[in-house]
Design a protein around this ligand. Structure first.
Ligand code: HEC
Length: 219
């Protein structure tokens, strides 16, 4: 009997303790810093910041990691300067050519055609006019001019600066140059490793390319 009263008393105490818990309120926080950050929250409102918001625009003139400013302006002068002086910084490897082809087929072939002859699907369906062939003598495109028109667009051709990275654009440039060489019946440029250059056929291919380039630069 005495025991029953003791058990009952303990039970009543426990129930009364538990019944006070309110699920709708946060519980006791023993180390509140773990819940309430001392630092500012990324999207928190704080009066110390201009506009009251922690997340701010990057400082003017800041450059995202991996992005390089493009120094040639969007004008005829900028175009000509890029055409004459801008060089492709990547090595002309088969891997880069392959990547360039994949990107070209996505972004450019619809107008310029798989062979770069200006006879893409949209041209054949007469949806767009005036798409040139890459071996158009009057245009005499160069690695610099190809990059420039991809960056800014030209007349009815749009810019590809937002869809592609700098590296991808240069890979496309390599592939467009390959298409141009194919159209002209020349050997496309491939940068060979020093070890490979010692083999004779490769040397010939390399020299062929150099004459191609001289020819381009002459314009
Ligand atoms: C919507 C159709 C279209 C697409 C897609 C397109 N182009 Fe063009 N492209 C044109 C037209 C049209 C011109 C001629 C523009 C002019 O000079 O009037 C042109 C011109 C060019 C020229 C010659 C520019 C010069 O210096 O005279 C190059 C090089 C070129 N495009 C490369 C590309 C590359 C690379 C891509 C893909 C990243 C691409 N184009 C995607 C329509 C297109």
């Amino acid at each position: 009997m005495k025991n029953t009263i003791k058990i009952l008393a303990v039970a009543i105490v426990m129930i009364s303790v538990i019944s006070c818990q309110n699920d709708k309120k946060p519980n006791y926080q023993y180390m509140p810093n773990m819940y309430e950050s001392v630092g500012y929250e990324a999207y928190g409102e704080y009066s110390v910041f201009p506009g009251g918001m922690e997340a701010m625009q990057p400082a003017e003139g800041s450059i995202p990691r991996g992005w390089m400013p493009y120094d040639y302006e969007n004008s005829n002068v900028g175009y000509q300067l890029a055409k004459d002086t801008l060089k492709n910084p990547i090595r002309y490897t088969l891997e880069n050519e392959e990547k360039g082809k994949a990107l070209y087929d996505i972004y450019c072939a619809i107008c310029h055609g798989g062979k770069g002859d200006g006879k893409g699907t949209l041209v054949q369906r007469e949806k767009i006019l005036g798409v040139p062939s890459y071996d158009d003598v009057g245009r005499a495109i160069t690695e610099g001019s190809i990059y420039h028109v991809m960056y800014y667009g030209i007349n009815s051709m749009g810019s590809y600066a937002s869809q592609t990275s700098e590296h991808e654009r240069w890979q496309i440039v390599q592939y467009v140059e390959k298409l141009k060489a194919d159209l002209e019946g020349k050997t496309p440029r491939i940068d060979t490793d020093i070890a490979v250059i010692e083999e004779k056929p490769e040397v010939e291919a390399h020299q062929d390319h150099e004459t191609t380039e001289d020819h381009n630069n002459a314009h």
